[in-house]
Design a binder for this molecule. Structure first.
Ligand code: ATR
Length: 276
C-alpha cells in the first residue's frame, strides 16, 4: 500500500501541494499518495487523530491551523518553536512539528532569484502569523536591518519584542524609515481588499509577495508601478518549503526546478490561485 501524506487546511481545494509532492515522489521513485485534507478549528484534533490512526506518515499544515497544530506535537523543531507555528508534521516515534516556510523563503530569495540578504535593509509589511514564521530564518541571514510595518502598530511591536534586532513602524510610516533593499509583503489582504500603498520610486528595491497568483497581483502591480528592481510572487517559496518538508519525510532533497517551471506556466494562466 502507498504511504499516505496530506495537506490540512480550510479551505484546501486550491492547494498545489499534492501536485508538487507527487512530482517530487515520481522524481525520487517514492510510492506515496498525497491528499487534500479539509478540517475545521473544532474538528482539527479529532480529524488529526483519525488520519494518524489511518496510518498517515506526514502532513503539511496550512491556514488556519499552523498555530493550532503546535499543540498536538510531541516535539517541535527550533524553527517551529520560534515561529509558534508548524507547516510540517512528521510521524516519527511521536508527532514531530517543523516549520519550513522561512527556510523555503530564504532558499527562493537567495538561490532562485539571486537576492542577497546579508547586510541588506529589509522591510516586511504585515505582522501576522506569516511574518512570525519567516523572521527567524531571515535574521539568521544577518541582514543589516529588519523593519516590520503594520496597520496595527502594537502587533508589529509585539513581534519586535520576540525578535530582538527588528524594529516596528506603522503602515504609513515606513517610507520615511527607508531606503530598503528588499520589501516583503506578508499581509493577508489578498486581492479582495486593497492596502493603502504610497507612490514611490523603488528602482533599487526588490519586492516579494509571500502569496502567489491573484492574491499577489495588487502588490506586484504596485511594485512594478513604482519601478521596483524586481517584483516576485511566493510560488518559489511554496515549492521550496514543500521540498524541505519532503526531505524531512523521505530523507531526500528533490530537484525543484521542473515543478517550479510547470506551476509558473499554470499560475500565470490562472489568476484564481492563492497562497498555500
Ligand atoms: P495570520 O496570523 O493568519 O497571518 P492575521 O493574524 O489576520 O493572519 O494577520 C494578517 C496580517 O495582515 C496582519 O498584519 C494584518 O494587519 P493587522 O495586524 O493590522 O490586522 C494584515 N492585514 C490584513 N488585511 C489588511 C488590510 N486590508 N490592510 C492592511 N493590513 C492588513
Amino acid at each position: 500500500m502507498s504511504a499516505s501524506f496530506g495537506v490540512v487546511g480550510c479551505p484546501v481545494e486550491h492547494s498545489l501541494s499534492p501536485q508538487i509532492h507527487h512530482n517530487f515522489a515520481a522524481q525520487q521513485g517514492i510510492d506515496l499518495v498525497y491528499h487534500k485534507l479539509a478540517s475545521t478549528e473544532e474538528q482539527f484534533e479529532a480529524d488529526l487523530q483519525r488520519w494518524l490512526e489511518h496510518g498517515f506518515l506526514g502532513f503539511n499544515v496550512t491556514v488556519p491551523f499552523k498555530s493550532t497544530a503546535t499543540r498536538f506535537c510531541d516535539t517541535l523543531s527550533a524553527e517551529a518553536t520560534l515561529a509558534g507555528a508548524v507547516n510540517t508534521l512528521h510521524v516519527a516515534g511521536g508527532l514531530h512539528g517543523d516549520n519550513t516556510d522561512g527556510p523555503g523563503l530564504v532558499r527562493d530569495l537567495t538561490r532562485r532569484h539571486g537576492i542577497k540578504l546579508a547586510g541588506k535593509r529589509l522591510l516586511i509589511i504585515g505582522a501576522g502569523g506569516a511574518t512570525r514564521g519567516i523572521l527567524g530564518p531571515l535574521l539568521e541571514q544577518r541582514p543589516l536591518t529588519i523593519t516590520i510595518a503594520n496597520r496595527t502598530l502594537s502587533r508589529a511591536q509585539a513581534l519586535v519584542d520576540s525578535f530582538p534586532g527588528t524594529r516596528a513602524c506603522s503602515l504609513h510610516d515606513w517610507p520615511q524609515r527607508g531606503p530598503f533593499d528588499l520589501l516583503i509583503h506578508a499581509t493577508s489582504a489578498g486581492h479582495s481588499q486593497s492596502i493603502d500603498m504610497p507612490k514611490l520610486k523603488l528602482t533599487d528595491t526588490d519586492c516579494y509577495d509571500l502569496s502567489y497568483g491573484a492574491a499577489a497581483a495588487p502588490f506586484l502591480q504596485w511594485a512594478r508601478d513604482c519601478g521596483a528592481r524586481s517584483a516576485t510572487d511566493g510560488l518559489g517559496m511554496l515549492v521550496e518549503q514543500a521540498a524541505l518538508s519532503f526531505r524531512i519525510w523521505h530523507g531526500r532533497a528533490p530537484d525543484t526546478s521542473a515543478i517550479y517551471r510547470q506551476l509558473r506556466t499554470q499560475i500565470d494562466g490562472d489568476h484564481s490561485a492563492h497562497a498555500d
